[in-house]
Design a protein around this ligand. Structure first.
Ligand SMILES: [Zn+2]
Length: 260
């Protein structure tokens, strides 16, 4: 992992979650972060261990894993729509999941103590992160149901689609064995599914990875879970912000208004 000044890497508007903040507030927050280059396979957090940092991916793609094993299976995928370490907003320092980088790239990093100071200082920022925690919780449920109900090919198509969107690139440097571990299936199942997706002209397999060639075809091959997740994300953030001085009571005691 290398570090640099935020301005030297991707602009912060590549971070969709931070775009929920007013521009001036976003600029102040970004200036308090380190820009880091995350390497594929890098471990960002270990389940039940203290979270030292929160990461806001710019084009890195991270996987949350349910155990301290660094290989999977994945319970949720996090890219530029979210952050790794979101549960710090709950005031709990221990990581609920292991987090590893599945596709290397750039991210904004902030220490846990500094994040807490920012959460205390900005009602709007705290609201955005809390809303993302809700989205993540809903995604975990959706992902669990997906693993039990949908085929390997549907799940693989969904993963490739989500990863490509968050990586902002059709070229994904992933191996069959990596995909098998993330989805918790046999490698042969991934090989068969990729072969079929290639026959649909949705992807091509290249040396060292998979290339998305037709995202619409990939979307048709995927289950509807990704669409449901995206819709939920947009709905929760489309809500009108409540008055800041009433925010805490609004969130915790008026959930009928908070969650549609
Ligand atoms: Zn599904």
């Amino acid at each position: 992992m290398s570090r640099g000044h935020p301005g030297q890497l991707l602009p912060e508007d590549h971070q969709a979650l931070l775009l929920r903040l007013p521009a001036e507030e976003r600029a102040v927050f970004v200036a308090r972060c380190d820009s880091v280059e995350l390497l594929t396979g890098e471990c960002l957090a270990i389940a039940d261990q203290p979270l030292r940092y929160a990461y806001f991916p710019l084009d890195a793609v991270c996987s949350l894993l349910s155990t301290s094993s660094l290989v999977g299976p994945e319970v949720a995928l996090v890219g530029n729509e979210g952050l790794v370490g979101a549960t710090l907003v709950l005031g709990v320092a221990a990581a609920p999941f292991t987090a590893v980088v599945s596709l290397g790239g750039r991210a904004l990093r902030i220490s846990a103590p500094r994040l807490w100071r920012e959460l205390a200082a900005s009602v709007r920022f705290a609201q955005v992160v809390r809303q993302y925690v809700w989205v993540l919780a809903a995604d975990l449920g959706q992902g669990s149901a997906c693993a039990g109900k949908h085929s390997v090919e549907q799940r693989l198509a969904r993963w490739l689609l989500m990863a490509s969107e968050r990586k902002r690139s059709p070229a994904l440097a992933v191996t069959h064995i990596q995909l098998a571990r993330l989805l918790g299936v046999r490698r042969a199942g991934i090989t068969d599914a990729l072969h079929h997706l290639q026959g649909l002209q949705a992807v091509v397999q290249r040396r060292g990875g998979v290339q998305v060639v037709e995202s619409a075809a990939l979307g048709q091959a995927a289950c509807a879970c990704n669409t449901a997740m995206d819709a939920r994300y947009e709905q929760i953030f489309a809500r009108t912000s409540p008055p800041s001085d009433r925010l805490s009571s609004f969130i915790f005691h008026n959930n009928d208004n908070f969650i549609r």
